[in-house]
Design a protein around this ligand. Structure first.
Ligand code: GDP
Ligand code: GDP
Length: 437
């Protein structure tokens, strides 16, 4: 299970700055691509060598008593009420205010484990800034400067000390013979229909994985002689009335499903094209680095003309995940499923097959010699050697000099070169550039 940390505080204390400091990857090649919608309220913090956790920024949770308008606010508040840890963010420059008091009163009611985060302590006496909030009686307090990334590592250490233990799911996720697949997408695209069809066809061999909690249902299945584990398949259970009405954790559940899978199948509704919500689900999948297949569902309900229109739209709107296969399916009629599973396999193989160091270095040399980087303001970057540094997603470290001057277009060239050479489809590819000067 992906633990959940909620940022709570009045407006302007720096929650979204802190949210960015926690969730934005500093990886040079992961940049905002046009077409991806970055959700400003939900993200995943992936500290190096540590367990990831979900972060929700509850926005201005102030004025709770007047009844906050908007589903987003309610959803965020509901998330905070169930969070494994609440970071109560306050402003170290302004000190305690009446609004902070109100939020504190609400927090006490929720009784969630709480860490007081005194932000904007840059240039301040941190001890004194924290002492200003002593009357809140929160013993666990830490001073940070989100804007300057000061104290963030210390904050992370405090967070990890308070998150629940990993639990059994981690072991369940380690069967090397099974491909872990998550079917994700906004409500109504047809996830349950698909999963129920898959399991209906395979009723004899499908079985729920023991030890998974009510929140994360994993089901094992076999198809054409291959083994799969469908993770977090909400569709396996009949949706309860409450769940349908509220859907309050759909985003957290999506993040969780992505975290637990190797291949994320993002489902779209052919009749609706690519909505903002679809784009943000794709954004989450992209950030995670998981292999990705796009399933365009309800293809049955389309006329020939509409299909052509949809194809054009997909090509345009999904340009940022050009490398992902788009498969047309009908969950209702079961068509396209063979192609879908073939694409899942290709994506999984691309994402998890080891490539040798010498092959990687050779590829880099050929790419470099064929097309060396252009001179930028009198300087030119030199690529010296490269080696593989991880899988799912395939990651390559490139060493050289003046790599900081490498243009995005050159990085894209390298990526495409590697993709072609190693036949990488359906998976993101990451490069880490290490300057040796
Ligand atoms: P939110 O409304 O709580 O999400 O607050 P924001 O993240 O939007 O920040 C509000 C203002 O505080 C912005 O102008 C930020 O630049 C500023 N701010 C945020 N964090 C810091 C910090 O650590 N130090 C200083 N000096 N300013 C900060
Ligand atoms: P979920 O919320 O993503 O799990 O979506 P559901 O599986 O509940 O499906 C939402 C609606 O779309 C239901 O009325 C389904 O019958 C319908 N639906 C699902 N798949 C298809 C399909 O392939 N073709 C058509 N025409 N309708 C579908």
């Amino acid at each position: 299970m992906l633990p959940l940390v909620a940022l709570v505080g009045r407006p302007n204390v720096g929650k979204s700055t802190l949210f960015n400091a926690l969730t934005r990857t500093r990886d040079a090649l992961v940049h905002d691509e046009p077409g991806v919608t970055r959700d400003r309220h939900y993200g995943v913090c992936r500290p190096e060598g540590q367990r990831p956790f979900a972060v929700v920024d509850t926005g201005g949770i102030a004025g709770i008593d007047e009844g906050l308008a908007g589903a987003t606010a309610r959803q965020a508040r509901a998330a905070a009420e169930e969070a494994d840890l609440v970071l109560f963010v306050v402003d170290g420059r302004e000190g305690a205010s009446a609004l902070d008091d109100e939020i504190l009163a609400w927090l006490r009611k929720t009784a969630r484990p709480t860490l007081l985060v005194v932000n904007k302590t840059d240039g301040l006496d941190v001890r004194a800034a924290i002492n200003d909030f002593a009357r809140y009686g929160i013993r666990d307090a830490i001073g940070v400067s989100s804007a300057h990334r000061q104290g963030i590592d210390e904050l992370l250490a405090e967070v990890f000390a308070r998150l629940p233990e990993e639990g059994v799911t981690a072991e369940l996720d380690n069967d090397p013979n099974r491909i872990r697949v998550a079917f994700i997408g906004r409500p109504n695209v047809g996830k349950s229909t698909l999963v129920n069809r898959l399991l209906g066809e395979e009723r004899m061999i499908a079985s729920e994985v023991p030890g998974t909690t009510r929140d994360s249902v994993a089901v094992d299945m076999e198809r054409d002689g291959r083994l799969y584990r469908l993770v977090d398949t909400a569709g396996v259970r009949r949706k309860s009335k409450v769940e349908e009405a509220v859907e309050k954790f759909s985003i957290i559940k999506t993040l969780q499903a992505i975290e637990n899978c190797q291949v994320a199948v993002v489902m779209l509704d052919a009749g609706e094209g690519v909505t903002d919500q679809d784009a943000s689900v794709l954004g989450y999948a992209l950030d995670s680095g998981r292999a990705l297949v796009v399933a365009v569902n309800k293809w049955d309900g389309q006329t020939e003309y509409q299909r052509q229109q949809t194809e054009n739209l997909l090509m345009r709107k999904l340009a940022f995940v050009e490398w992902a296969e788009k498969i047309r399916i009908s969950a209702k009629h079961g068509s396209g499923l063979r192609e879908l599973f073939a694409a899942i396999h290709r994506a999984h193989a691309s994402a998890t097959t080891e490539i040798g160091t010498s092959e990687v270095t050779k590829a880099m040399e050929v790419a470099y010699e064929t097309n060396p980087p252009p001179v930028v303001r009198g300087h030119v970057a030199k690529l010296r050697f490269a080696h593989p540094a991880g899988l799912n997603p395939p990651t390559f470290v490139v060493h050289g000099t003046r790599l900081r001057t490498l243009a995005d277009s050159y990085k894209r060239y390298l990526e495409n070169f590697f993709r072609k050479r190693f036949k990488l489809v359906g998976t993101p590819v990451r490069f880490v550039f290490k300057d040796s000067t």
